[in-house]
Design a protein around this ligand. Sequence first.
Ligand code: SF4
Length: 349
Amino acid sequence: MGTKVFIAQPRGFCAGVVRAIDAVTASIEKFGAPVYVRKQLVHNNSVTDALSASGAIFVDELDHLPEGATVILSAHGVAPEVYEDARRRRLNVIDATCPLVTKVHLEATRYAREGRPIVIVGHRGHEEVIGTLGYASADADVVPDIAAVERLELPVGAAPAVITQTTLAVDDTRDTIEAIRRRFPAVITPAHDDICYATQNRQAAVRELARSTQVILVIGAANSSNSNRLREVAEAAGVRAYLIADLSELRTEWLHGVDSIGVTAGASTPEHLVDEVVSYLRSRYDASVETIEVTRENVTFSTPTPVTRFKRSRPQQAAAQESVVRVPAESKEGAVLTEEGVRDGRRTQ
Ligand code: SF4
C-alpha cells in the first residue's frame, strides 16, 4: 500500500484573516501606498511579506506616523487607548479587528461596568489578550491553565466573570473554566463560547485527521496561537505532530516508516503554503491525497469602512485533484458550527 496524505478541511484562512488582508489591500488601492499597519496584522510572515511588497508598512506603535496617514489595526484587536492615540494623532483608522474579538471586548466592557472581577483565560503576552485587557477592569487576572487558577487571589465567595481568548484549545479551556468554577462556584461565563468558530472547526478537523494518520504536519507560524493549539490537539489525540512555517522546515526523518500523513494549517496560513507541502509529499512519496472534511464554512465579514466599496476576495480552500471524504459534523465531539451559528460567533450544539 502506498503513502497516503490526508488534508484537513476546514484549514487555513478564517473570515477574520481574509477581512484583515482585504482591509489592507483595499486601503492601498483607495488611499495609495504607503499605508501603515499596526503590529503584524495576522501572524504569518508570508502574508505580511506580500503586503509589504504591495505598499504596507508595519509599525509597532503609532508614534512618528505622519498626520493624516492611514493605519490599519490588526485582526487581534486593540485596547481603547490605541483608538484614542490614533485620534490625537489625526490618523485615518481602518479597524480590522475581527468581529469575534470585538464580541469578547463587548463582554469585557459589560462585566467591567458591572464592577465584577474578570478572569481572562488566555496568554498574557498575546496581542489579543493585551487588547482585551484594555476593556476589562485594570486588575483583571489572566490565567493560561489550571495551575494558574490555583494562584488566583480573589476573595472567597467572589463571583468572577470569565472571558477567553478566541484561539485556545477547546478541551483545555473547558477544563480551565471548570477549575475556576470549582474554586468560585458563583462564576459567570459567557452564554456562548468565546473560542471562535474557525478555531473550533480546525481543531475538530485535526482530531478527525488523527484517526487516520501517523504524523500530522501543521503549517503555521511559530507565534500563531491557533496553529500551536492545532499541534497540541493532534498530540493529545495520540499522533506525532509538527508545526512548520512552510516546506523548508519539513524534516524527512519525521516521515521515515510512515504511510499516512496528515496536513492542516492555522487560520492565518495562506493556502499556497499548504499546496507546496502537499505537492512535495505527492511527488517524493508518490502519495495519494484525500481531504477529510468535518464541516463546510461559509462565513464572511464585511470589509471595514471606509473601504467597503472594493471587491472582497475569498479564502482559497478547494484543492483540485483531491477526493473528498465528508464526515458529518454532528458525529464529532467538540464544537462544529453551522453557518447560522457562526454569523454571530455562536455555538449551535
Ligand atoms: Fe476571528 Fe477566529 Fe479568525 Fe481570530 S481566528 S481572526 S477570532 S475568525
